[in-house]
Write a protein that binds this ligand. Structure first.
Ligand SMILES: Cc1cc2nc3c(=O)[nH]c(=O)nc-3n(C[C@H](O)[C@H](O)[C@H](O)COP(=O)(O)OP(=O)(O)OC[C@H]3O[C@@H](n4cnc5c(N)ncnc54)[C@H](O)[C@@H]3O)c2cc1C
Length: 416
C-alpha cells in the first residue's frame, strides 16, 4: 500500500481510483480538502479494469472540465479530435452526418485510449498535496454514523484492516460497486445479451477525424479515429457469439468485421489485441445514503452505443464539486456529508442520468430491432435526424454533453 495517512479523518474518501474516482480527486484539488482514494488494482498490472485498452470518446463538456482543471494540454496531446460523425444502418440506403463546423465547434469530441488517459491522470495526482492514494487496497466494509462515515480498508497483502473516517464517502468503484451494496442501495439491471468486442485495426483509407457508427443486425459497430492512422473499434455482438469472435484468427476476424462495416474506409488489416465486455444497463435506485453518494458507473452503467458512460460520470463529478464549492464558500468550513448537500446533488443528477439512460437504451432497442414497426420508426428517425431543422443540433448537444443545466466545471469555469 503506498501513501500514508497523516490523521485518521478525511473530508472525503473516494472508493475506486479508476477513470471517475481519479478525475474527482483532481477536480476537488482547488478546494484544499483532505481526500483519500482507495483503489483495488495497481495501474501497472495489466488487469487494471478502468485504465485498459479501450478507447473513450470524450465529449465537449468533459473537455471543458479538463480545461478548467488545468490538465487538458496533457490529455489533448494524446487524443485525436472527432470533426465528423457518420451514422449508417447496414442494409439500408442513406446515412446521417454531424459536422463540427456546422455545430460551431472545433471538434465534436476527442478519442483517447483509457490506458493513456490513466497515465496522465495518475501522474497529475502524484504531484498533488493533501491526497492520500491507498493502492492496492479495497474497501471491505462501511459504518455510517451521524458524525462520520467510516470505510474499512484492507490492503492487498491481507495486512491489518485500517479504518478511514470521513465526512463524505463517495462510491466510484464501478458497475459492480461493492460499496453501493454496503450502503444498502440496490440497483436495477437489464442485460442486453450482447458483448462489446474492442481493439484496433488499420484501415486502408485514413479516417480524417471522422467517427463512424454503423447499426447492424447484431448491434452497433463504432469505428473511432485514434493515433497513427489506426482505428479503434467497439463491435457489439450477441452474447453467444462473443467467444467465437474473440477466438477467430486475425484474417477471419478482419473479414467478419469488414463485412459488417463495408468498404467505406477501404480494406481493413493488422488487427491488434481484442477483448470483450458484457453489456448491461444498470441504474442505482438512489444516489445517496447517510454521508455517502454514488458517482460514475456505480450510479449508472450504459451501453457504449452512445459513448456517454464516462462523460455522464464526469458530470456527476462536476455537480458534486459544485455542491462542495458552494457549501464551502457560504460558510468557510462545512460538513460535506450534510443532508442538504446530498439532496442538492441527487436532485441535480437525477434528470441528466435518467434522460441519458433512457436515450441510450432506446437507441439500442430501436436500432437493434428488425421488427417492421421499429424499422419504420427507425427510418423516420434517420430521415428526421437529417432533415428536420434543430433535430441534429439537439442530438449533437446531447452527444457533446451540453444539454441541460451544467455545473461550472462542465462549462469550463474553474472551481476557484
Ligand atoms: C466497450 C466500452 C466502450 C466505452 N466507450 C466509452 C466512450 O467512448 N465514452 C464514454 O464516455 N464512456 C465509454 N464507456 C464507459 C466508460 O468506460 C465507463 O463509464 C467508465 O470507465 C466508468 O468509470 P468508473 O471509474 O466509474 O468505473 P470503473 O472504470 O469500473 O472503475 C472502478 C474502479 O474501482 C476499483 N474498485 C472496485 N471495487 C473496489 C473496492 N471495493 N475498493 C476499492 N476500489 C475498488 C476498480 O479497480 C476500478 O479501478 C465505454 C464502456 C465500454 C465497456
Amino acid at each position: 500500500m503506498s501513501g500514508t495517512a497523516k490523521s485518521d479523518h478525511y473530508d472525503i474518501v473516494i472508493a475506486g481510483g479508476g477513470m471517475i474516482g481519479t478525475s474527482l480527486a483532481l477536480a476537488l484539488a482547488p478546494l484544499g480538502l483532505r481526500v483519500a482514494i482507495v483503489e483495488a488494482v495497481a495501474r501497472k498490472e495489466c488487469q487494471q479494469p478502468s485504465f485498459d485498452d479501450r478507447s473513450t470518446a470524450l465529449s465537449r463538456s468533459t473537455q471543458r472540465m479538463f480545461e478548467a482543471m488545468g490538465i487538458w494540454p496533457d490529455i489533448v496531446a494524446a487524443a485525436t479530435p472527432i470533426r465528423d460523425i457518420h451514422v449508417s444502418d447496414k442494409g439500408r440506403f442513406g446515412f446521417s452526418h454531424i459536422n463540427a463546423e456546422q455545430q460551431g465547434v472545433e471538434a465534436l469530441g476527442y478519442v483517447v485510449i483509457n490506458r493513456v488517459l490513466g497515465s496522465v491522470l495518475q501522474s497529475m495526482l502524484a504531484g498533488l498535496d493533501g491526497i492520500d492514494f491507498l493502492c492496492p487496497a479495497r474497501i471491505v466494509g462501511v459504518e455510517l454514523g451521524p458524525d462520520a462515515a467510516v470505510a474499512m480498508v484492507e490492503p492487498d497483502n491481507h495486512g491489518k484492516t485500517k479504518k478511514l473516517s470521513c465526512s463524505l464517502l463517495v462510491a466510484a468503484d464501478g458497475a459492480n460497486s461493492a460499496v453501493r451494496a454496503m450502503l444498502g442501495i440496490s440497483v436495477q439491471t437489464s442485460e442486453y445479451g450482447q458483448h462489446a468486442v474492442i481493439g484496433n485495426l488499420l484501415p486502408e483509407k485514413g479516417l480524417n477525424n471522422c467517427a463512424y457508427e454503423r447499426f447492424t443486425s447484431q448491434g452497433p459497430l463504432a469505428i473511432l479515429p485514434v493515433a497513427d492512422d489506426r482505428a479503434g473499434f467497439v463491435w457489439t455482438v450477441s452474447e453467444h457469439d462473443a467467444q467465437r469472435v474473440l477466438a477467430l484468427n486475425d484474417a477471419d476476424f478482419l473479414a467478419e468485421i469488414q463485412s459488417e462495416f463495408g468498404y467505406r474506409l477501404g480494406k481493413f488489416s493488422r488487427v491488434g489485441k481484442r477483448a470483450a465486455y458484457p453489456l448491461v444497463l444498470s441504474k442505482a435506485v438512489r444516489l445517496t445514503a447517510t454521508r455517502s453518494v454514488l458517482v460514475g458507473n456505480s450510479a449508472h452503467g450504459l451501453h457504449p452505443v452512445s459513448a456517454q458512460g464516462f462523460n455522464l460520470g464526469m458530470r456527476d463529478v462536476a455537480a458534486l464539486c459544485d455542491c462542495a464549492a458552494d457549501a464551502l464558500s457560504a460558510t468557510g468550513h462545512v460538513d460535506l456529508g450534510n443532508e442538504q448537500l446530498l439532496q442538492r446533488f441527487a436532485t441535480w443528477r437525477y434528470s441528466d442520468q435518467n434522460k441519458l439512460v433512457n436515450f441510450t437504451d432506446n437507441l439500442v432497442r430501436i436500432f437493434g430491432s428488425s421488427r417492421p414497426p421499429t424499422r419504420i420508426l427507425r427510418d423516420i428517425g434517420m430521415i428526421g435526424f437529417d432533415l428536420i431543422p434543430g433535430v441534429r443540433s439537439l442530438f449533437a448537444k446531447h452527444t457533446m454533453g451540453l444539454a441541460g443545466r451544467l455545473p461550472r466545471l462542465s462549462r469550463g469555469v474553474p472551481l476557484r
